[in-house]
Design a protein around this ligand. Sequence first.
Ligand SMILES: [Zn+2]
Length: 90
Amino acid sequence: MNADITPVPHELAEGESDCEHILTHLYEYLDSEMTEADEHRMRAHVAHCSPCLAELSVEELVKKLVKRSCAEQAPEELRLRIRAQILATG
Ligand SMILES: [Zn+2]
C-alpha cells in the first residue's frame, strides 16, 4: 500500500475533504496517535458535521465495548445499531 500520500483534489468542497480527513484518520484519533493540529482539525470539523460526528462516536463506542468484552472485533450489527441510535438522537 502506497496510497497514503494521495493528494486531495481541489475541486472538492472544503467540507468534503474534511470528511475524508476524518475517515482517513479515524483510528489514529481513537488511538490518540494524531498530531495536535490534526486532532484540532478533526474536533473542529465534527463540531458542525453530524455524519462525521456519528462515525466518530460509533467507532469510539465500539472500541470501548470491544475492549470491555475482550472481543477481537465488534460485529457489524453492533456498529449499525450504535450508528442508528446516534443518528436518531442527534
Ligand atoms: Zn464531515
